[in-house]
Write a protein that binds this ligand. Sequence first.
Ligand code: FE2
Ligand code: FE2
Ligand code: FE2
Ligand code: FE2
Length: 419
Amino acid sequence: MNPFELKPKKLDSYVVPLNKLFLQPYNKHEVDAFTKVRLILAQGTEFEANANSHQMARHTYNNDIRRRIANIRRQEQLQHKMLSSLKPKDENMLETTLSYEQLAVELTAIMAQRAKNYVLKQQLDFALLEDFDHLYRFCDLLEMEEGKHFEKYIGNYTEVMPGRPTVAEFRHPNDDIRFAVSANKNELLTNIDIGIITAAEQQTMNFYMNLGAYHPNDLGRKLFSEIAMIEEQHVSGYESLKDPDMTWLECLVMHEYTECYLYYSLYQDEKNPSIRRLFEQIFEQEVAHLHEACDLLKTYEGKPFDEVIPYGNFPELIKFGENRHYIRKVLNDVNLTAVKEGYVKVSEMDKNSDFCTYQRKFVGSGSKNPSHMVIEKYISKNGEDLRYQTAPHPVKELQDRKSDNITVGRCECCLSGKC
Ligand SMILES: [Fe+2]
Ligand SMILES: [Fe+2]
Ligand SMILES: [Fe+2]
Ligand SMILES: [Fe+2]
């Protein structure tokens, strides 16, 4: 599929009237977990489309450009409203959160396995273990507070057990920045994946930042706050990979192409007939956005689109499926942390490093971190934590279900209080 070869209708013809904006929500008792994951991924890309377009509008005096991107932006808004109307009223924030973290885990694993760029692959593997840990902590909270078992929400696609413990994920901001990946035009998939994962993490960060305080009790409110901090670290890491040399209009072309690619993937992967049709409908709109963006690039920068994307055929599509084996393999890296642009074993860290200093100052012992307290509380009520494992945890220190290990991934000197 090559969206540059398609002939979209005029942009205006895709405007959806208000009375067609609110769709029939899915049934939360019947919907497939991956359908929810795809819907959240689509909403994340619309958030990014809006954010990028608004930023672009603030960086030009040219009102013709500003008007034309406002027209595209309005459609991104309409797409977002249709997508978000599919969430049923009876699905609460914590239930939705499980799908957010499942998306983060599964999408990151898919991209890490196909990544050709080493800088991107390392960042994906690194962040994977953190979202994996978040999923486990939110699952335990949901069952403890509401008596709802996670399997109903995430199926048995994703294992639920500790990753890099959340307490160990707090790093100094100096250690979240990676080297930018120059947009090598032959590595289209690398550029697409950086765009998609940044949008997804950004949406998760915003979701927890905006709505975490609406959780009905303090432990949950604090857990959302704590994990929102880590999601911000993920956004900082992923966005730093983006190519800073692209102009705003080149960036717009790349964004619209990425949306085309994403909706075509979702359309091919989705089984629910009405949601599949919606993805197809939005894909057609995105093709019109892409052609409009290319025309803007040609008109105002005199560049043909193939200077940004030389070969328009979609690379390998995103398909949600089996990633448990891969995630188990990566779990052996729980003891890594980041130092500037690189990654090292925590045991090799200097006690005066930014990581150790920040851990001492911001986290302390970690025993009062909500992410730890949730699991300790679950264990004290039930005798052991709540997990879904297809085999013993691959990391020996994380096998004990009767106590939450908060020493893995942290520097020994801070834990012993000797430094
Ligand atoms: Fe869109
Ligand atoms: Fe997460
Ligand atoms: Fe994340
Ligand atoms: Fe778009």
